[in-house]
Write a protein that binds this ligand. Structure first.
Ligand code: ADP
Length: 638
């Protein structure tokens, strides 16, 4: 009895550690957490990028950010704009050029002045028009008077009055041409501008001049009124952010570079056949800080001159995908939930246990022991879905159950596909999950980024006419050859069979649907081949993943958590994983009782677990162990 009590006490200790999920933060709900005002202080993790952004803002340098989507690149770029001085902001006006209507004039004035100037011009034009119409009516009155009294003809009077009316109307059009067009208005701007030009077409990026259907005859719009600013002009004195920079067409990248170099860029019509293409303004200021972003291949595909421009006059930073999980960081994740709730504005705040569940999910999504995922856009999505669920039920707060439900709902397309796939395979009984079969092993693969599937491998060994061959289905030929080569080195040592004189056929059952990560299937292939070669059956209630070295060591692979979950969903009850991956296992609670996880470090351990049929199996494993004593030791230590 005494010992039972002690065990209970131990369990309590573990629970205490779990309670510290919020890093010692003492809150009832996220409503108790204060959210910092400045965006730069809201950024979680990314310390390096944050320092660079602060420095670059001070020195007015360009920044290139490389990293996964949703890790805070645009957030940091926006934060940077808040750090720039707002005193320098300018308004830009376009004026009619009396000498050449197709070359409108540009004038730059301090922010706020632009509106005043336009208003003054409008007022003046209004007065002038008033004056003119007053004059017009007097003349019309005189004409009508003259026609009626002196000539006695009503018709002549109306005709003459009409001519005068039209003449005045036509004449007054010229008046509007004097009013400048306020191209960039920073009057109400509280901080330096932030322009996101991701995926912008040329006109939106570089400015445009609208087409005028009436190009003459008094109906036309003066060209300066048709000029429109591009993101490069609106971002003047602020930040221009372009994500997926490599997808911007090369001509636009070149022009962007010119704008960066010259600090000004004329606006012209972007579509060649429009009348706007005839118009070209004087240069418009483009003194912005460029924040270009993308993933690693963005660097390779972007215009080399643009890249070197940014690199030469600025910084390049890499964004982190995960961050070390410690108490302080977990407190920040709690604040993250508060931030997302406040940003949305309609979600109920999260209870303490609901926040804990979000943090657990961040851990799980990191795929790395002792880390939290920094793909915070996705995590923010989870927060919103959970909040929406709570809101739909008119709850005061978002609770743990809502987060759990949201997790189920916000599955990625790949996860949905994989689940669907597992269901279908169950229907066709493609996944065998009981009994034992010679040469058939349940392997595991990852589909997309975050979903696992069970992928059975079948091997058959036949005597060869010539030199032995490895024959595999589909694109997996190469990987199968490599896996067989690795086992053949091992087999040579313990088996009487000479595998080089045999043909080995390997079939991946239904591999067509998802990308199979070849390396992680190599212990599966090896096990299937050994089973076929030695005629020893393999247990079918079990799946495995792991890479294999020539010496028989089982090496770590990616995606173990998702793979284990897939095995559990498919009704298997044991899964073999590389020992080195043991710490990456972060499966959901619901699977914990369903499946036993066996970490191994050598192929002999794999066979010991996976093979059925006692006497042959024992003989095989013994032989394997005898050639590599190392494996045995490790298993005993583990
Ligand atoms: P990216 O530009 O890298 O694709 P974003 O900056 O657009 O990602 O991030 C989208 C949203 O996700 C942000 O508005 C913010 O709510 C959240 N987010 C992303 N990264 C972070 C971070 N490091 N800290 C806090 N919130 C973040």
């Amino acid at each position: 009895l005494g010992s039972a009590v002690e065990i209970d006490a131990d369990e309590a200790a573990v629970e205490n550690a779990d309670e510290d999920l919020l890093g010692g933060l003492d809150i009832e709900t996220t409503g108790d957490i204060e959210v910092p005002d400045r965006l730069v202080d809201q950024v979680i993790g990314q310390d390096h990028a944050r320092d660079v952004v602060k420095k670059a803002a001070k020195q007015r340098r360009h920044v290139m950010m490389i990293g996964s989507p949703g890790t805070g690149k645009s957030m940091l770029a926006k934060a940077m704009s808040q750090l720039l001085p707002k005193e320098e902001l300018q308004d830009v006006l376009v004026y009619h050029n009396p000498d050449d209507g197709n070359e409108p004039k540009i004038r730059t004035v301090p922010a706020g002045k632009g509106e005043q100037i336009v208003d003054a011009h409008k007022e003046e034009a209004r007065k002038r028009n008033q004056m003119r119409s007053f004059l017009m009516w007097i003349i019309i009155a005189i004409i009508i008077g003259y026609a009626l009294l002196i000539q006695g003809s009503v018709l002549l009077g109306i005709l003459a009055a009409g001519v005068v009316y039209l003449a005045f109307r036509y004449g007054s059009r010229g008046n509007d041409a004097m009013i400048p067009n306020l191209l960039v208005n920073n009057a109400n701007q509280q901080v330096a501008p932030f322009e996101d030009a991701t995926g912008a077409h040329a006109g939106a990026l570089l400015g445009d001049v609208r087409h005028d259907p009436f190009q003459s005859g008094g109906m036309e719009t003066p060209s300066h009124d048709r000029v429109e600013a591009g993101a490069i002009h609106k971002a003047n004195k602020g930040v221009l952010f372009v994500d997926e920079i490599n997808t911007l067409d090369i001509r636009s990248q070149q022009k962007l570079m010119t704008a960066i170099q010259e600090g000004e860029f004329s606006i012209t019509g972007q579509s060649e056949r429009s009348s706007g293409a005839m118009v070209q303004t004087e240069p418009v200021p483009t003194d912005f800080i460029m924040v270009a972003a993308g993933n690693l291949d963005a660097m390779e595909n972007m215009h080399p001159a643009l890249r070197s421009r940014i690199k030469g006059y600025g910084y390049e930073v890499y964004m982190d995908d995960t961050i070390e999980d410690d108490a302080e960081m977990r407190r920040k994740y709690a604040r993250f939930v508060a931030q997302e709730v406040e940003k949305d504005g309609r979600l109920p705040h999260f209870t303490e246990t609901a926040v804990e569940e979000v943090i657990l999910e961040a851990r799980r999504r990191s795929g790395r022991k002792g880390h939290l995922s920094l793909k915070l856009r996705d995590l923010g999505g989870l927060v919103r879905v959970a909040g929406d669920i709570a809101r739909a039920e008119d709850k005061e707060f978002t609770e743990r159950g809502d987060v759990l439900q949201a997790k189920r709902r916000s599955r990625s397309i790949e996860q949905q596909l994989a689940d669907n796939y597992i269901e279908r395979r169950k229907d066709y009984e493609l996944t065998v999950n009981e009994g034992d079969v010679i040469g058939r092993v349940n392997g595991l693969a990852v589909m997309g980024e975050d979903s696992g599937i069970v992928l059975p491998v079948m091997a058959e060994v036949t005597p060869s006419q010539g030199p032995g061959q490895v024959i595999a289905t589909g694109q997996l030929q190469e990987m199968a050859e490599e896996a067989v080569q690795n086992v053949s080195a091992i087999i040579k040592k313990f088996s009487d069979e000479d595998i080089s004189e045999k043909d080995v056929h390997i079939q991946f059952v239904q591999a067509g649907e998802g990308g199979v990560d070849g390396d992680s299937a190599s212990i599966t292939v090896a096990t299937a081949v050994i089973s076929a070669l030695e005629d020893v059956p393999v247990e079918q209630n079990l799946a495995m993943t792991g890479s294999l070295s020539v010496r028989g060591d089982v090496l770590p692979v990616g995606g173990v958590t998702h793979k284990i979950e897939a095995a559990a969903k498919s009704g298997l009850d044991t899964v073999i994983i590389p020992k080195a991956n043991e710490q990456d296992v972060m499966i959901e609670d619901e699977y914990k009782d369903q499946i036993e996880i066996i970490p191994v470090s050598h192929i002999s351990e794999v066979l010991e677990v996976a093979l059925a049929g006692e006497p042959e199996k024992d003989g095989l494993v013994d032989r394997l162990k005898s050639i590599t004593g190392k494996a045995l030791e490790q298993r005993e230590v583990g």
